[in-house]
Design a protein around this ligand. Structure first.
Ligand code: GAP
Length: 446
């Protein structure tokens, strides 16, 4: 089978698994859905939360130099005027003059004569490109007038810039320091698609790191490495990751240098995260538009300056998709084919599953005790239907790293069987130490 077919097959397997096991559902499906919009099911909700927790831990909890905020999605529209989004956050929109489908000109495939053609009908007969602003417009309050226009945020970043002085004054930080937040962003993408890769509503995890201007290059390099290593740490193989520097003409209106951390998706390399040097663009723009100077006064040198900003900006939903693709595997256990998601234990929806060997009431109390001990510390599943082999397979398929089986022997010796997803190895361990053993394995990522 060609690589292309294999990639397409892997993509379809992930989309099917996501629906079949409750990771991701098409949104409002009973009404026919709404294009490229998704709801996260029970497992997807757990996994997405774990992706965000892993980011939060690395970017906020484990650092003395980063503080969090949680800004509103709706803002004064002047924010987007100042940031440049109203004028420049556009994609080049073209219409196919034959089938009337709409496309982003820069994403059209080229034919043998290097001419862009319509992916739907293959015609090269297109309108001229015109800029289309990606921000969702709405109205605040009951009157739809120009004075009540507001925009859903297309990035979380601006909430951090406009709160720069508030955070500086209340958190007693000084450059270099960062403000981090995660949350929903909205873009009226012309061509959303590839499952949750490009959607109109998505989750971002962004950090704005404010530095003295002369240190910007050094910090840019530092954050590229930190963020690249984060994906490796959570189980993405080096072969599927690369850091790619933007060409001059690719740079966003605010950036002097950007490197993308890219993942090898089934259709090719695609951005997971951009690490940009935003210079003093945003703080200066907001200072000029608002009349409030967003600067730092350095007590040592008794001088004021506008910090430069290094921004690692990641997509949580896109990262989740990459983790799923990277983890998907099929192997054979005892002559039987199995699907296994080799997810990092901290990213997997459940860290453990408690499985009583039998439904007989004798096992009920002990099983409940084991579940209650573990669920205080870990997200645990419980399953008592069908054979133990089938239950292991079900857990393998959703990436649960450890299964705990309670059997009749457990009533005698207070031990349970701990089964490892990847090796399928089973060991008997005392119930007393179960929490510590599982905790160590999860912390070490095995
Ligand atoms: N504040 C900078 C910024 O927003 P970006 O490269 O436009 O930069 C950052 O977005 C990340 O957000 C991307 O790397 C991607 O992971 C995610 N992202 C952007 N647009 C997206 C979309 N339409 N659907 C899903 N994720 C998206």
């Amino acid at each position: 089978m060609s690589n292309n077919n294999e990639n397409q097959e892997l993509f379809e397997k992930i989309v099917n698994l996501a629906k079949r096991r409750g990771f991701v559902f098409p949104s409002s499906e009973i009404y026919g859905g709404i294009r490229s919009t998704y709801d996260y099911g029970p497992l997807g909700t757990l996994m997405l939360r774990n992706v965000k927790n892993a980011w939060w831990k690395a970017m906020v909890q484990e650092r003395l130099d980063v503080v969090p905020i949680d800004a509103a999605i709706l803002t004064n529209p002047k924010v987007w005027e100042a940031s440049g989004h109203l004028a420049t956050f556009t994609d080049p929109l073209v219409d196919c003059l034959e089938c009337h489908e709409r496309w982003r000109e820069d994403q059209l495939p080229l034919n043998g004569d290097e001419k862009p053609f319509c992916p739907n009908c293959r015609s090269t007969n297109m309108t001229e490109a015109r800029p289309f602003n990606l921000m969702f417009k709405t109205f605040v309050g009951p009157v739809e007038s120009s004075s009540s226009v507001a925009y859903l945020r297309p990035e979380t970043a601006q909430g951090m810039f406009v709160n720069f002085t508030n955070v500086l004054n209340t958190s007693r930080r000084k450059p270099p320091f960062g403000i981090a937040q995660m949350g929903r962003s909205f873009r009226n993408e012309i061509t959303p698609g590839n499952f949750v890769f490009r959607t109109r509503e998505f989750e971002q995890m962004e950090m704005e790191y404010f530095v003295p201007p002369e240190e910007a290059d050094r910090w840019h390099e530092y954050w590229c490495k930190e963020r690249y290593d984060w994906y490796l740490r959570f189980g993405i193989n080096r072969d599927l990751l690369r850091l790619r520097k933007h060409e001059e003409e690719e740079l966003s209106h605010y950036s002097s240098a950007t490197s993308d951390i890219e993942f090898l998706f089934p259709w090719g390399w695609g951005e997971l995260e951009g690490v940009a040097n935003r210079t003093d663009y945003d703080l200066t723009a907001h200072s000029n538009h608002s009349g409030t100077r967003l600067e730092y006064f350095d007590q040592n040198s008794q001088t004021k300056y506008t910090p430069y900003v290094i921004e690692p900006a990641a997509g949580a939903t896109r990262a989740m998709m990459a983790f799923l693709l990277a983890a998907y595997d099929e192997d054979e256990v005892a002559g039987e084919k199995r699907i296994v998601l080799r997810l990092h234990p901290q990213i997997a929806p459940y860290q453990a599953a408690v499985l009583p060997l039998s439904k007989k009431p004798e096992l009920n109390d002990l099983t409940a005790d084991v579940f209650s001990r573990l669920s205080r510390h870990f997200m645990c599943d419980f399953d008592d239907t069908q054979s133990i082999g089938r239950r292991y397979r079900r857990q393998d398929e959703i990436g649960t790293p450890l299964c705990v089986t309670v059997d009749f022997q457990s009533l005698e010796d207070n031990r349970v069987t701990l089964r490892d997803r990847d090796t399928t190895e089973q060991v008997r361990v005392p119930i007393e130490s179960l929490g510590d053993i599982i905790g160590d394995k999860i912390a070490e990522g095995r």
